[in-house]
Design a protein around this ligand. Structure first.
Ligand code: ZN
Length: 377
């Protein structure tokens, strides 16, 4: 993977390139960032860049064509190793370790260009109902691998994905090797959350904090890399809050386009308080599945946010057609006086739907409260 294939994260890329140029590559680094921000992709591009033999001193990306890059691109370089959470499966029914799943790992990383989450990985290795861990056997395997010299590269690279899943009994082994690392070995740890294990690891690694993707970067990537149209990309960006995985999820889910129509109808009906059509709308909305209802309320939060932002920064609106017109006309109804109440109201709806509340009652009650808020901007 090359830096040029990675979405956004310009400042991080620059910083990483700089460490190589100035010859101050830290032997253990923790790429900590939220889901869908590109942590794994960045770690892979960094490792490829470090080991590229075809780049000039002033290059800011790996060449992509030298023998090292070619092996890195296929994830088959003999000095590139991976550890990730695993569990027993039908094929691997005892003592599972990462190398048992390496073929599936390569497939998923290449398929998704490094952007995927734990549930997707569990699905890939068919352990959907179990929790994977990074176990002590895997840590022993890691120590064994690292006791050998590098085959052909200057650096051996050990990528540990989702290091927060490190089993507590296995942690001391990893911590020890991080403290006394073998020569010319690079640990690139990837994590989504700064939990307890991460705190102990933090003191032994250099932290590379990866932010959420910027809206503009995400939207451009959906259009340029994934071939979506501007209006769809815009909607998905609104919903995804800088998470590429979530944005792609929305786009592959036909509901997301529908949600804006539903949202527009709902807001208009609440504002005009026409009871009969509102009742009809509620009866349709109540028939959606619970997941879709939750999705709809989450979308409504984004819709409200757009109206609020437009009120203050109209130039930032990037919607088209009916959606745009709606936000322009509706924004005076959403202000700093009622935005907080909108947020807590809609979040409560998600909370109630998750706990199996009667959806008709939730929609009815919420509609009346939305009507009140819209009339008191
Ligand atoms: Zn190269």
């Amino acid at each position: 993977m090359r830096f040029s294939e990675i979405i956004g994260q310009h400042a991080t890329k620059e910083r990483l390139v700089q460490t190589v140029r100035e010859n101050r590559i830290s032997h253990a680094q923790l790429f900590l960032g939220p889901e869908g921000s590109g942590t794994l992709a960045l770690a892979l591009a960094y490792a490829q860049f470090i080991n590229c033999t075809g780049r000039a001193a002033d290059n800011t990306d790996s060449c992509g064509t030298c023998p090292s890059c070619r092996k890195y691109e296929l994830l088959i370089h003999p000095d590139l190793h991976f550890i990730y959470p695993v569990a027993t499966t039908r094929e691997v029914d005892k003592k599972p370790v990462s190398k048992d799943f390496v073929r599936l790992w390569r497939e998923l990383v290449l398929e998704r260009k490094g952007y995927f989450n734990l549930p997707m990985w569990y699905k890939k290795i068919q352990v959907e109902n179990k929790q994977g861990i990074i176990n002590a056997d895997d840590c022993n395997e890691l120590i064994r691998i690292l006791s050998y010299k590098a085959y052909e590269a200057e650096y051996k690279v050990m990528v540990i994905w989702m290091v927060e899943k490190l089993f507590h009994a296995a942690a001391p082994k990893l911590l020890k090797i991080l403290e006394e690392p073998p020569d010319k070995t690079l640990f690139l740890l990837v994590s989504e959350e700064s939990g307890q294990i991460i705190t102990t690891i933090l003191s032994r690694t250099q932290l590379e904090k990866i932010p959420r993707l910027g809206e503009e970067d995400l939207q451009q990537a959906l259009i340029n890399n994934y071939g979506y149209e501007l209006k769809d990309a815009r909607r998905a960006t609104l919903l995804a809050e800088g998470n590429l995985i979530e944005a792609l999820d929305h786009l592959s889910n036909p509901d997301s386009g529908e949600f804006f129509n539903l949202f527009r109808q709902w807001m208009r009906l609440c504002y005009t308080v026409k009871i009969e059509p509102l009742n009809e709308w509620i009866s349709t909305a109540s028939k959606m599945g619970r997941e879709r209802q939750k999705g709809f309320f989450a979308f409504s939060l984004c819709g409200i946010r757009e109206c609020f932002i437009y009120h203050y920064r109209p130039k930032e609106l990037k919607l088209e057609g009916e959606d745009k017109e709606f936000v322009q006309r509706f924004s005076p109804r959403v202000t700093h006086k009622n935005i907080n109440e909108f947020y807590s109201l809609l979040n409560q709806c998600i909370f109630h739907i998750e706990r199996n509340a009667n959806p008709t009652l939730v929609f009815m009650d919420t509609s009346l409260q939305v009507a009140r808020l819209l009339r008191n901007p």
